[in-house]
Design a protein around this ligand. Structure first.
Ligand code: MG
Ligand code: MG
Length: 282
């Protein structure tokens, strides 16, 4: 069953989403060679609590930490540990926050120090595929339209699209209907309507689309050991069109990345960094 949100609920969801956005922004300046994922996890937990929210993943389905930390060949659901990150690694950080009974949930894959051109391109294509998918999340379209767009964009670039893990509806539960696969057929699946809120989250492998799971019961990694990237946003349908409730602006400000990729999916009154600061959120 799909839970439709009214405008007030969507604004509460924006607040939760922006706490995650800011947490990722804080982490952007901490990700470097030598730092451990467990250290970053503790920083994130304190930051989220300082912002009046509760870590969204901690204890969810018994997950032991605040962040899912998935380096290199790990796709998602990696558990923070004491292994230091090293130059040339990538680290996918997935973060959730719960405030006012609503969840925020998004993810960014960071370069640690200098990474190869091949992996840089994997990150860029995966991030771009997220917006290709978001563009299709509008009234009248269906779940398959988003999946098809992401899959085509990703496979045209020569990468593998993970099948077993998918995006999802978001709200008072972390995972609501509908499932939002990163593959699919145009015109198929549930129809999008006003007030839907989802997490779209392409998980893209440099090599095979196939995955395996570690014995810890959590960590998902690529079957061929090649790197995987993960980017995620939270998006609502407002006035028929997709509006991103989360933002990578905080991350990109730290990383010195200039892009207007979120611009078509932002309102003038919300969502952009300036208005966020005006509203006392920064
Ligand atoms: Mg997530
Ligand atoms: Mg998610």
């Amino acid at each position: 069953m799909i839970h439709i949100k009214n405008r007030e609920e969507i604004e509460l969801m924006r607040e939760s989403a922006l706490i995650v956005s800011k947490t990722l922004g804080m982490l952007a300046s901490e990700v470097k060679p030598g730092v451990t994922t467990l250290h970053l996890d503790k920083l994130a937990e304190a930051f989220i609590r300082d912002h009046g929210a509760v870590p969204g993943f901690l204890g969810l389905y018994d997950f032991p930490n605040t962040l899912c930390m998935s380096p290199n060949a790990q796709v998602v659901h990696g558990i923070p540990n004491n292994t230091p990150l090293k130059d040339g690694d990538i680290i996918s950080i997935d973060c959730g926050a719960l405030k006012n009974d609503f969840y925020g949930d998004h993810a960014y894959t960071f370069a640690v120090g200098e990474i190869s051109e091949e992996i840089k391109k994997l990150l860029e294509v995966t991030r771009a595929s997220l917006y290709v998918g978001i563009e299709q999340f509008k009234v009248g379209n269906r779940v398959g339209d988003v999946g098809f767009a992401i899959q085509k964009f990703t496979e045209d670039a020569g990468y593998g699209v993970v099948r077993e893990l998918v995006g999802h509806g978001l709200g008072k539960k972390m995972h609501e209907d509908p499932e939002m696969p990163n593959y699919g057929k145009r015109g198929k699946g549930k129809k999008f309507v006003e007030g839907m809120v989802v997490a779209i989250e392409p998980m893209t492998n440099l090599g095979t689309k196939n995955i395996k799971q570690l014995k810890d019961g959590w960590t998902i990694l690529t079957a061929d050991g090649k790197p995987s990237a993960h980017f995620e946003h939270n998006i609502a349908i407002i006035d028929g069109s997709p509006e991103i409730l989360s933002t990578f602006d905080y991350v990109h400000e730290v990383l010195g990345i200039t892009t207007d990729e979120e611009l078509p999916f932002k309102t003038t009154s919300h969502g952009n960094l300036e208005s966020v600061q005006e509203r006392g959120m920064a």
